[in-house]
Design a protein around this ligand. Sequence first.
Ligand SMILES: C[S@@+](CC[C@H](N)C(=O)[O-])C[C@H]1O[C@@H](n2cnc3c(N)ncnc32)[C@H](O)[C@@H]1O
Length: 392
Amino acid sequence: MAHMGRRGDKAASYASAGETTGMREALERRWYDRLTSMPHLATLVTGELAQREPFHRWMHYKQGFSPGLVRLFLKEVGTTISQHVQYQVLDPFSGSGTTAIECARRKVNAIGIDALPWLTFLTRMTGQRTFPPMPQLDLSLSWASLADMLKEDIHRATLMLAVARQYTTAGKLNKGAAPLANLFEQTAAMMQEDLSSPLPMQTSCHVDDAQSLTSLDDDSCGSVLCSPPYLSQHNYRKITAPYETVYKHWYDKTTDTLHSNSLVASHPHVASIGKKNASSHPAESEACEWLIKMGEKKLARVTHDYFHNMQRFLLAMRRVVVDGAPCWIVIGGARPKGVYIPSDLILAELAEKSGYTVESISVARDLVSSRRKFGLIGHIAPRESVLALTAN
Ligand SMILES: C[S@@+](CC[C@H](N)C(=O)[O-])C[C@H]1O[C@@H](n2cnc3c(N)ncnc32)[C@H](O)[C@@H]1O
């Protein structure tokens, strides 16, 4: 694997003096021969290309993957597996709905799940059959006044998307954005154009917690393609706040959802369960211990909870998939405060303990540009990988 090579001595200065790295080095060695570099996946694991495709272009979701990855998945795993199950493909971290939308485009049964209701709403809207005529609106009014005049769900989706276009993909106000009136007209025209050739199937997507998947029956899914949150502290609620604000003008006004960040740990319900039967992967414990020594207690807790919650997700997913189901998980590593966390490999070993066989780990790219000296194994950067599992 290319990632093991040496690069620039400058990077060596980043090594944390005194850091114990034996567990993570052993983990890297155990998987060394099974990591395959697949640079053609590098763009597919990002949302970059989604903006060029109908329906996928509605939401600008930087944290999403590309419809091309869904097509590759369908090609590789085939659609023959478990034809009998109601939902063939599951994406339990649906985000902008890439999996559900692309499957609907290809007439493949799929179900998306996300913790944030405004995202599942927008995904469902892509399955509308028509774009009814917009009522007469004075577009110079504020978004809230416009919202009061919109009765059709699909028109409400237009307003949510248009308001969100005034913000960056990180959820910050974009001072250079066009006026709302222009964005509203452009968004409506784009949606109308896409819906002039409606998707051949409905897009199914609803709210649930990926760590329990209580809305899904046992053995109800034939395969899984997903990208869980990375250990990067992305705050999905914050990133999607413009959608949330407009959505809550009409719906779920009082419902509270995940509070804080990507790290599923912040869900209050999950956090309380998360403390029980916590058995950690040794590589994760090693990284956490060093973080604590560095005075980074909170980061250590977040890291610990992250993997604990990932294990809960793997178990929930195993319950809802049939035996033999192919499950692809796009996952990125991290380097909080310089402490290297090989998330792909930790997840692979957690998966082996949770009822899956690891078929392959395809490395799409390094997540940071510099590699740093890591113990005795040379220079290394956190990877973004596609973990291919089979439910056994
Ligand atoms: C990396 S994004 C997925 C992007 C998606 N693959 C796409 O193409 O748009 C992760 C998603 O997981 C969701 N999420 C985080 N914790 C969750 C949980 N416990 N249950 C369900 N969804 C969750 C977030 O709201 C976010 O939309």
